[in-house]
Design a protein around this ligand. Structure first.
Ligand code: AMP
Ligand code: ZN
Ligand code: ZN
Length: 402
């Protein structure tokens, strides 16, 4: 009883203080501009991003292999390489699910927690720690993890305009402290879409960059108008490389298409031999070809940190930068832009800007790996560090204002 009275007294005393603290605590907003190559920042079309970078910490960020959207977005919120978080591609198969394939366009598979449960994303860690989270898109954010979801989340819909996305986020942050999120994600796909369609050196791409930059400006202005402090971490998942129908490796010239499943084709090919043809496919593909190098998954270069997960296809072929690997008759010629190449390729480098009270002003960071973003966000959110992650806080400690 005495303990109960003491607890009630403590609550009465500390309640208003804690509420005031919670009210003042800056919201952390993780923004992804899909396919924003690191050097797009130097094109003179992003005044808002450049201003945020000048007021905060910035530097080129090395993505993880494969340099694709879903693997890298999950890396950013787990601190693990794709091999360890299990989203090893935008398309993948799993020996435990014979005859099925995960693809990002197939909602039945993409929204099945089975594919996502090898690693806990940050919004779940935050929710479990009693923090409120809200996601305006992020690969994986529509899927419950151990039965837990962000308090607010949206089904991905590319028809929701960039302006609407900003309004959704500002409305969340405008809420009274009791139901205001402490951690928010926001995702823009239009820069990646323009990069694929028109290529990284096109006017159309520059227009898409400028439009997203203007929306970032709206976000900053909206936060200022409600006098709300925010820690903004603006990233991308990978860069973009010009491709051409003149730079194509046709797998049909090496091996008949009935002997393998092309799980992924394009900047790399993930090839699963059909049972019984194993050595034939390997004999035809392994080793060096013009503009392509093929490996057994267990023999991939160690720096790619890829190949141990059973979801990685048995044979991985990596195209030279700017080349495309195709299989069978093409529905469309590869022209415009692509990504998915070696993560050491400078054209795959990603954006990183961290701005707000948690971050050091004017910090120019040497190149770092995108597995380090989750440890940084853990530090900003007050979540404990995990020794078992692939990323480390030490690498991004210079970004912190302390
Ligand atoms: P890619 O360029 O193939 O690596 O994938 C990028 C595309 O993924 C974007 O253009 C989006 O349309 C799509 N995308 C992004 N987030 C999601 C999501 N949560 N669910 C389904 N598709 C998504
Ligand atoms: Zn992407
Ligand atoms: Zn893309």
């Amino acid at each position: 009883m005495r303990l109960l009275i003491a607890l009630v007294a403590l609550f009465c005393l500390s309640g208003p203080v804690l509420a005031a603290e919670a009210d003042d605590r800056p919201v952390t907003i993780l923004v992804s501009i899909d396919g924003f190559r690191a050097d797009y920042l130097d094109r003179g079309v992003t005044p808002n991003l450049v201003a945020l970078a000048a007021r905060g910490a910035t530097g080129p960020m090395r993505p993880s292999f494969p340099t694709k959207t879903f693997p890298n977005h999950y890396t950013l919120v787990t601190g693990l390489r794709p091999d360890r978080h299990g989203i090893v591609g935008n398309s993948m198969i799993d020996p435990r699910r014979p005859g099925q394939m995960f693809t990002i366009g197939d909602a039945k598979q993409a929204l099945d927690p089975f594919w996502w449960d090898e690693a806990e994303p940050l919004w779940i860690t935050a929710e479990k720690a009693g923090m409120r989270t809200a996601t305006a898109f992020w690969p994986g954010s529509e899927v419950p993890f151990g039965g837990v979801r962000p308090h607010d989340w949206l089904r991905f819909d590319y028809n929701i305009t960039n302006r609407q996305r900003i309004d959704i986020v500002l409305d969340w942050i405008r809420r009274p402290s009791a139901n205001r999120p402490a951690f928010v994600t926001l995702y823009f796909d239009t820069v990646d879409t323009a990069g694929h369609k028109y290529g990284p050196d096109s006017d159309e791409l520059n227009a898409a960059i400028a439009e997203v930059d203007a929306r970032i400006g709206d976000l900053v202005a909206g936060l200022a108008a409600m006098d709300r402090e925010a820690n903004l971490v603006i990233v991308s998942d990978h860069g973009m490389q010009a491709v051409s129908a003149d730079r194509v490796v046709q797998l049909d010239e090496l091996i008949d298409s009935a002997s393998y499943i092309p799980v992924v084709t394009g900047s790399y090919a993930a090839i699963e031999p059909v049972t019984g043809t194993d050595s034939r496919v390997a004999d035809a593909l392994l080793g060096h070809h013009d503009h392509m190098q093929c490996y057994r998954r267990e023999d991939l270069p160690a720096r790619l940190a890829y190949g141990k997960n059973p979801r990685v296809a048995a044979i991985m072929c990596l195209a030279d930068a700017g080349w495309s690997i195709v299989s069978g008759p093409q529905k469309y010629a590869p022209d415009g832009g692509a990504h998915g190449y070696d993560n050491a390729d400078p054209d795959m480098l990603a954006l990183f800007i961290a701005s707000g009270p948690a971050f050091r002003k004017g910090a120019h960071l040497p190149m770092f790996d995108n597995v380090d973003v989750a440890p940084l966000l853990r530090a900003v959110l007050g979540l404990p560090q995990l020794e078992t992650l692939d990323g480390h806080l030490a690498d991004l400690e210079p970004a912190l204002a302390r």
